[in-house]
Design a protein around this ligand. Structure first.
Ligand SMILES: NC(=O)c1ccc[n+]([C@@H]2O[C@H](COP(=O)([O-])OP(=O)(O)OC[C@H]3O[C@@H](n4cnc5c(N)ncnc54)[C@H](OP(=O)(O)O)[C@@H]3O)[C@@H](O)[C@H]2O)c1
Length: 223
């Protein structure tokens, strides 16, 4: 499959590496085509990898990942071009972190709205699926790096897009269907983005990012 990735940081490159290694054709998008880091990434990731602008990557991909800085995500989606994103599943991995008042960051949107919903409003004909935003990027693409059971949250308004994304998560990244917890509509992103203040404090107390959330779920109690 052709995959467009908006974002040339650690997350975009890590997801791009994993997909290119699986035989997908990947284009990393940036504010300007030819960014040095993206050119170096495309060179190192092999024949399946290429780079371009946000709009190039959005037009190239049959499925799109948004891996841009949270407070730039809407600008990146706008630059990518809503018309280039129309009808495509768009996996939103970004988080609405506000570092303007120092550490730990706060969230610049939440509770009654989410960054995923802002992204959806910026590209109304895209099929936004929120996923992968609650764990480190090395675990996103290889959950087996963390022993034991752990969970991935997914939500979105389009059932077909969600199924397509789940197929990629299981097929390319190795998530087991039982690990993927579907929270329903895209407004579920209000909850998964709200996990970030907890994730960041756990990162601070543990001193590393090799952890993930897991729920023990028992049988429903009998009345
Ligand atoms: N690090 C993780 O493991 C992890 C885990 C879960 C979720 N996330 C989320 O994933 C996203 C990506 O994280 P990251 O650390 O890989 O990269 P990042 O540094 O947060 O973002 C890099 C991307 O943002 C773009 N960008 C920055 N300022 C911009 C602006 N003013 N307008 C348009 N685009 C702009 C950059 O464009 P250029 O290419 O042009 O420079 C670059 O492509 C973030 O939202 C983060 O919260 C990260």
């Amino acid at each position: 499959m052709k995959v467009g990735i908006l974002g040339t940081g650690m997350v975009g490159q890590t997801i791009g590496n994993a997909l290119a290694a699986q035989g997908h054709l990947v284009m990393l998008g940036s504010r300007q085509a030819g960014k040095a880091e993206a050119v170096a990434w495309a060179r190192s990731a092999g024949v399946n990898a290429r780079q371009g602008s946000f709009a190039d990557a959005a037009a190239f991909g049959e499925l799109i990942f948004n891996c841009t800085k949270g407070d730039a995500a809407v600008a990146a989606i706008t630059a990518a071009g809503p018309v280039n994103l129309a009808g495509k599943a768009l996996v939103d991995v970004s988080n609405p972190l506000d570092f303007s008042k120092g550490m730990p960051p706060s969230l610049f949107v939440g509770n009654t709205d989410s960054l995923a919903e802002q992204v959806q409003r910026a590209a109304p004909q895209a099929k936004v699926v929120k996923a992968l935003n609650t764990l480190n990027c090395y675990l996103m693409v290889d959950p087996s790096k963390l022993a034991g059971d752990h969970d991935l949250f997914i939500c979105g308004d389009d059932a077909d897009a969600k199924a397509q994304v789940q197929g990629l998560l299981t097929g390319a990244f190795g998530w087991k269907p039982a690990q993927i917890r579907d929270l329903g509509p895209l407004s579920g992103a209000r909850a998964t983005e709200a996990l970030l203040p907890l994730w960041i404090r756990l990162f601070g107390s543990l001193g590393h990012a090799n952890f993930n959330f897991h729920m023990n779920i028992g049988p429903a109690p009998k009345d």
